[in-house]
Write a protein that binds this ligand. Structure first.
Ligand code: PLP
Length: 232
């Protein structure tokens, strides 16, 4: 491999450091380091920040907007595992089913219905997670905890969707641990083995509570540039 330009070193170092911290947290929880996957959240990052992470071998990336993800990854799609971690509008369901390997934000009956239709039409089924709004925040996507069991059952029984796990984003201003514990409890009673939880600020806590994948952005790539609002 050619030597990295000096500006890349920090990013690669952060990837290695995040991987080491994931492994240490898994070991501390009595789990195998490979039992926790790193989803590197590349949303809003300039390509200069992403390229060295890709070059260092990271293959699993998270994006929160369908259009942005396609613009960034379409030409380099081979060999990658792409996760949609942002809210999915029903009118973008078809594109999302076509493009993503994992959709982590299934959260309402109308979307489940559309996903069923698009999966059948395209003959392609991304892995699916149900997003739970553990903090019951009005501005946040996700099914509320008291409706999670019924929604998982609706996805399975009515729409024939294979739900692989649950995902949550705890309220920013609260300790995350009780939210992670709640998500794990809902997953257990619904027979779901996968938990997508934990971000840059709290992924070690999430791993202690059973996270099987963590979605880490700024700790891998550096702070995101100021978000530009889009209509996506
Ligand atoms: C942006 C984002 C992340 C990553 O956040 P960081 O704090 O940068 O690690 C994780 N999950 C979701 C759903 C996000 O939107």
């Amino acid at each position: 491999m050619p030597p990295h330009p000096a500006s890349d070193v920090g990013t690669v170092h952060s990837l290695a450091e995040v991987r080491a911290r994931i492994a240490a947290a898994a070991t501390a929880a009595g789990r195998a380091p490979e039992s926790v996957a790193l989803v590197a959240v590349s949303k809003q990052q300039p390509w200069d920040a992403i390229a060295p992470v890709l070059a260092a071998g990271q293959r699993v990336f998270g994006e929160n907007r369908v259009q942005e993800a396609m613009a960034r990854w379409r030409e380099r799609r081979a060999g990658l595992e792409l996760h949609l971690i942002g809210p999915l509008q029903t009118n973008k369901s078809r594109e999302a089913v076509e493009f993503f390997d994992v959709i982590e934000t299934v959260d309402r009956p109308r979307l489940a219905e559309r996903l069923e239709r698009d999966i059948q039409a395209l003959g392609r089924a991304p892995r699916l997670y149900v997003q739970v709004n553990t903090g019951e925040e009005p501005q946040k996507a996700g099914v509320i905890p008291s409706e999670a069991d019924a929604f998982v059952e609706l996805c399975r029984a009515r729409h024939g969707l294979v739900i692989e796990g649950l995902m949550c984003i705890p309220p920013a201003e609260e300790p995350a641990a009780p939210h992670f514990a709640l998500l794990a409890k809902i997953a257990r009673r619904n027979g779901l083995a996968r938990l997508s939880m934990g971000m840059s600020g709290d992924f070690e806590i999430a791993i202690a509570h059973g996270a099987t994948s963590v979605r880490v952005g700024s700790a891998v790539f550096g702070e995101r540039p100021q978000a530009i609002p889009t209509a996506d």
